[in-house]
Design a protein around this ligand. Structure first.
Ligand SMILES: C[S@@+](CC[C@H](N)C(=O)[O-])C[C@H]1O[C@@H](n2cnc3c(N)ncnc32)[C@H](O)[C@@H]1O
Length: 336
């Protein structure tokens, strides 16, 4: 168990223990390398609750909701490359000031001719008002911010609006085991510590689909345990996880499954691609996917990374059935 200091805006320090539900993964070398190039002041002000690094980023336009001091933006700036672009949006000027202070530093550090990162002041519930255009981003990420929003439906619907068709919202946040009571929601310390605003994970699944997204697919989930007797008493039986989900903006989901073969061309994932808690695609292996995943893969940036075949193979070919973990499922973060 790892002891983490988890301090956001309150004057309290809460010590949380994180017990990994999903198999713990070492951080890939190419991400560690990117993190090492980030200015220490930016890194010191990082508050996120997960590693938010979707795959297949080269040349993409990314938006980070609640970018804080910009650590994730600067990491992703390296992964999208000079032809890609990362925009961070945050409501807090102090955070933006730190992020903006190091734009030139990182442009030089990454060897780029001009910056591929910018930071916008605004609210994640009001992306239009912040000047972000419809259908303009390939991927939206967010790291421990949506729980702080009083209007999560608006966050999701605005994210859907600014994503291009085939785009993805890939984000990490804190979720609760059931709907939180008003006492918890209105508890200043719990709100500041990202627990009071946590969505019940089933509400995420419902809201996401109501605004048009594909059903959320769980990537990882880590249990969050509060080691503070006073707060534990207020929280009672509620449980929390820090989880990463991926939601896609795709046309209607087909009910036809498919056989897919991963080509191994995504940087950093040359051997295999761990898509979510259910599917890992090894290069050149034929995998049977359900209609939902077939629709996601064939209508998103992943379309070029796979070969698709209708179900039913010539005799002699073997098909891999999806991995189903005992402690992770497609949607439920095992928090109930
Ligand atoms: C917990 S910090 C996470 C910052 C960053 N993602 C990270 O991982 O370091 C939350 C950030 O979200 C911003 N934030 C919270 N609610 C927001 C909202 N409704 N609109 C824009 N930014 C918001 C805060 O200003 C803060 O910088």
């Amino acid at each position: 168990m790892r002891k983490l200091k988890y301090h956001f805006f309150s004057t309290f320090y809460i010590y949380l223990y994180n017990a990994c539900l999903a198999p713990s993964q070492p951080i890939p070398a190419f991400i560690l390398k990117a993190l090492k190039k980030i200015h220490p002041e930016v890194t010191a002000k990082y508050y996120g609750c997960g590693l938010v690094v979707p795959e297949c980023l080269e040349g993409c336009r990314l938006l980070d909701l609640g970018s804080g001091s910009g650590r994730d933006c600067y990491m992703l700036s390296q992964l999208v490359g000079e032809k890609g672009h990362v925009t961070g949006i945050d409501m807090t000027e102090d955070q933006l000031e730190v992020a903006r202070k190091y734009v030139d530093h990182h442009t030089q550090e990454f060897g780029y001719e001009k910056p591929n990162v910018d930071f916008v002041q605004g609210y994640i519930e009001a992306l239009k008002e912040a000047g972000l255009k419809e259908n303009s981003f390939d991927i939206i990420i967010s790291n421990c911010v949506v729980n702080l929003s009083p209007d999560k439906r608006k966050v999701l619907s605005d994210a859907y609006r600014v994503l291009k068709d085939g785009g993805e919202l890939y984000f990490s946040d804190v979720y609760s085991s059931s709907k939180l009571s008003d006492e918890i929601k209105n508890h200043k310390v719990l709100w500041g510590e990202c627990l009071g605003g946590a969505l019940w994970w089933e509400d995420l699944v419902r809201l996401a689909q109501e605004v048009g997204f594909s059903p959320p697919r769980l990537v990882t989930a880590n249990v969050v345990t509060v080691d503070n007797m006073e707060l534990e008493a207020v929280l009672g039986d509620y449980k929390f996880v820090s989880a990463t989900y991926r939601l896609f903006k795709i046309p209607k989901i087909s009910n036809k499954g498919s056989l897919v073969i991963y080509n191994g061309n995504i940087t950093g994932f040359e051997e295999s691609l761990e898509f979510d808690s259910q599917y890992t695609f090894k290069v050149d292996e034929v995998v049977e996917v359900d209609g939902e995943v077939a629709s996601i893969l064939s209508h998103s940036r992943f379309a070029e990374e796979f070969t698709f075949q209708p179900p039913g193979l010539p005799a002699g070919c073997s098909v891999k059935k999806p991995k189903v973990c005992t402690n992770t499922r497609t949607i439920a973060p095992n928090v109930s």
